[in-house]
Design a binder for this molecule. Structure first.
Ligand code: GDP
Ligand code: FO1
Length: 325
């Protein structure tokens, strides 16, 4: 086996935006990829345990995600939601009929004592996902947004209120009592590990909950391998979602420098889009400039390839012990 064929990589991701790059990475790496997924968005709804970002990662990697929304399943039917509406039940969070099976099965397994990790591994196997998909922790962490209209649990802020209330602060309830799972630590300390990729997920809503878990940031740094982030900002705008709105509300500039500063001490390099090439001089760390807008599968694979090459370049530049902090 060549050295490259034994190399493993870890990706940190949230939901829709991050899963796009995870799919590109999975195409190149298969089972040599471990995807560590945010569970701060998880919540209980209609008596079911819902883990939206984990399911987005699983459905995307399995090729069954709804291509229009980026979440939920393709070719979905909505009989359950229609019936629920007729009964006067809550319909602000849409659960498709086949997606419902995932939530029912997850809830059943968790109630009978399975961990979120083993439940996710089971779902990944049944969906035919080759990459390893891991929830960031087996302990509950809940993202909460303090807004000018009061405190909102994440899905009420994101889906019910469509991110409209002005955010004042973002908290991760339970994070201080959580810890990375043994499986996450194992992936980050694997002898063949060659890089950690922070997907272009929302840094404040999707990646921060992962990094808020005591020991997670340390485990990423202790891996000694290059850590690279793909910026979610292209020409001062988010491709989708409230990233730029939140940055403004938190008093930040809405550019790649703010993303680099946010990840200072964690990342060794940042990947930015070609349309931001003139910003390279203002970035305080190594930069790869490429097309980061992932419209097609080919775009996703090309960006994934650029990330792996960036890791390899950074690795050649700096001997591992010097990168360890
Ligand atoms: P969510 O959890 O479903 O909101 O999704 P994520 O947090 O994983 O991703 C949201 C972020 O992904 C947004 O800030 C988007 O700007 C970013 N994003 C989505 N698609 C792309 C893309 O094709 N390229 C880049 N660079 N960022 C993207
Ligand atoms: N997002 C929405 O905007 N509206 C929905 O009704 C909705 C339902 C839903 C059901 C299952 C699932 O796995 C995800 C779902 N999402 C929905 C997406 C999700 O709430 C967010 O994209 C993430 O939590 C943010 O990462």
């Amino acid at each position: 086996m060549t050295r490259a064929a034994s190399q493993t990589f870890v990706a940190l991701t949230g939901g829709v935006g991050g899963a796009k790059l995870a799919l590109g990475l999975a195409n190149l790496l298969g089972e040599r990829l471990t995807v560590v997924v945010n569970t701060g968005d998880d919540f209980e709804h209609l008596g079911l345990y819902i883990s939206p970002d984990v399911d987005t990662a699983l459905y995307t990697l399995a090729g069954v995600v709804n291509p229009l929304t980026g979440w939920g399943r393709r070719d979905e039917t909505w009989t359950f939601m229609q019936a629920l509406q007729e009964l006067g039940g809550p319909t602000w969070f849409k659960l498709g009929d086949s997606d419902l099976a995932t939530h029912v099965d997850r809830t059943r397994r968790l109630r009978s004592g399975a961990t979120p990790t083993s439940t996710c591994t089971h779902l990944a196997a049944r969906l035919g996902v080759a990459a390893r998909v891991l929830p960031m922790s087996d302990r509950p962490v809940r993202t909460v947004v303090d807004t000018e209209e009061g405190t909102l649990a994440f899905q009420k802020y994101f889906v019910r209120e469509q991110c409209r209330p002005v955010a004042k602060a973002i908290r991760f309830d339970g994070a201080s009592a959580a810890k990375p799972t043994p499986q996450v630590i194992e992936a980050l300390s694997a002898p063949g590990l060659a890089g950690v990729i922070v997907c272009p997920s929302n840094p404040w809503l999707s990646i921060d909950p992962i990094l808020a878990i005591p020991g997670m940031r340390e485990a990423v740094r202790a891996s000694g391998v290059p850590v690279v982030a793909v910026s979610p900002i292209i020409a001062g705008k988010a491709v989708k979602g409230p990233t730029v709105k939140i940055m403004r509300e938190l008093g930040l500039t809405t550019d790649n420098r703010a993303i680099a500063d946010h990840y200072a001490g964690l990342i060794d390099g940042i990947v930015i889009d070609g349309s931001d090439a003139d910003a390279v001089g203002g970035l305080p760390l190594p930069v790869t400039v490429t097309n980061t807008l992932m419209r097609t599968l080919d775009d996703k694979i090309a960006l994934a390839r650029d990330c792996l090459a960036f890791c390899s370049r950074l690795s050649a530049r700096t001997p591992a012990p010097e990168r360890r902090r």
